[in-house]
Design a protein around this ligand. Structure first.
Ligand SMILES: [Zn+2]
Length: 442
């Protein structure tokens, strides 16, 4: 028996398809050929801030064992399935497949990390393919080879989650999704906190169904394969489910965010965590977006909490100059209109600056609040007529409504990779990989 890792990426387009569906098809086909799976199919979300991603920037890896004489058939079947199910007519879709027959070397793990947290070039991927005698197959520019290779290298030995994804039958794709909304709410209540991001608590909107023409009916995320499967069984679908698969993923783990030491280290398209103090009070710009600037000894950068971020925007609005925070988010490069900006996913407030308001002094004779007689001209009392040029404005410390702590964008605008508040304290580390259970074949 030999071990084989199959990574692939970039088969879908905004018009059709989904790379997870290609994996779902391959699971059945490779099983029929005689391969056995050593892990759930892995769905690895890569840097969400790369400028050329299609939708979620998710790459897939299938980890199997098989007899050596099956290798060729497995490779042919994979290439054939990717080719038949990729939207090759779409200009930005450049599928790639990587077959890896070695142990996962450190170089490949590092490459995966870089692909999740930053920007990598095709030549870096091809160098690794050559170095470890992997086989790579690319369609068109073959850019999907990068993601395919990264998915192989991310072995999810530390924090990870699961997602059950259900798929629609071909005739229903492109039509409104029909599932019983009340069953989703009930499932949410019964399975929390072992599942997450099913329903947006602020709008009560169902979050498990995507929009658009892709083949996914719904996806439920959670802490274990058992939890997502149980949740899936509680959802009442009013249309047939063609197939479903449980994926092991890096969803909800913050794997994309890298903590940097100073604002000076910020690079465009990199998701980062950086500390800074507010340079001035935030500004609300048209559209309801909140913008503020943070600074440290090395530089300054704008941070944006967009309107859909909900709670996060409300928190951002209440910050004031001098507040010490940590900003979490993707870095958008400077444009002709805006400077370099961190698109906020989270804010951690370390220290709240005192909020000071200045008032006119009270009259020493009758306690009535006095009136100013003009700048530096002193104060006068309307009630008793007392005047003074010596009295000064009094400073009053206002209580801050904000509390220190961590604030996260509303569930409806969280990225695939954003760790929701519910998952804090549930991070997995060095968990032995479970063997696959309860495969479901249509
Ligand atoms: Zn008075």
């Amino acid at each position: 028996m030999i071990r084989m890792y199959i990574g692939f990426d970039d088969t879908d387009s905004p018009k059709m398809g989904c790379t997870t569906y290609v994996a779902a098809l391959l699971v059945v086909k490779l099983h029929q050929i005689g391969a056995s799976f050593t892990d759930y199919p892995n769905l690895i979300r890569l840097n969400p801030n790369v400028p050329w991603k299609t939708r979620g920037n998710g790459a897939l890896c299938l980890r199997i064992q098989c007899n050596e004489e099956l290798v060729e058939e497995i490779m042919e079947t994979t290439i054939d399935t990717v080719e038949k199910n990729a939207d090759l007519s779409y200009a930005g879709t450049d599928p790639g497949i990587v077959f890896f027959l070695n142990n996962i070397p450190g170089e490949l793990r590092a490459f995966a990390k870089k692909t999740i947290q930053g920007i990598v070039k095709m030549k870096e991927a091809l160098k690794l393919v050559r170095m470890f005698r992997a086989e790579a197959v690319g369609f068109k520019s073959g850019r999907g080879i990068i993601g395919g290779l990264a998915a192989i290298g991310e072995t999810l030995e530390n924090d990870h989650t699961y997602e059950v994804i259900t798929y629609r039958t071909p005739k229903n794709r492109g039509t409104p999704r029909r599932i019983q909304v009340s069953s989703v709410r009930e499932m949410n209540e019964k399975t929390l906190p072992l599942t997450f991001n099913n329903v947006d608590p602020e709008t009560n909107r169902i979050l498990i169904t995507p929009r658009g023409p892709d083949p996914i009916l719904y996806g439920i995320r959670g802490e274990s394969p058992e939890a997502v499967r149980r949740a899936h069984e509680m959802v009442r679908s009013q249309e047939p489910i063609e197939r479903w698969v449980i994926f092991r993923t890096n969803h909800g783990t913050d794997a994309h965010l890298r903590r940097i030491n100073s604002i000076g280290e910020i690079q465009p398209f990199n998701p980062i965590i950086v500390q800074g103090a507010l340079a001035k009070d935030p500004q609300v710009i048209p559209g309801g977006h909140v913008i503020f600037r943070i600074k440290d000894e090395k530089g300054e950068v704008d941070c944006a909490a967009y309107e859909p971020t909900g709670t996060l925007r409300e928190v951002a609005k209440k910050l004031i100059a001098g507040d010490l925070i940590e900003a979490f988010g993707g870095v958008r490069p400077a444009s002709s209109k805006y400077p370099v900006t961190i698109n906020l996913e989270k804010i951690r407030i370390f220290n709240l600056a005192p909020k000071i308001a200045f008032f006119n002094p009270k009259c020493p004779h009758c306690s009535k609040r006095m009136k100013s007689m003009g700048k530096e001209k002193g104060f006068r009392c309307d009630k008793c007529g007392f005047r003074s040029s010596k009295l000064k404005k009094v400073a009053v410390k206002n209580k801050r409504v904000l509390k220190k702590g961590l604030y996260i964008t509303s569930q409806r605008s969280q990225r695939h990779l954003t760790k929701p508040i519910l998952r804090y304290g549930k991070e997995k580390a060095n968990v032995p990989k479970k063997m696959i259970v309860n495969w479901h074949f249509p």
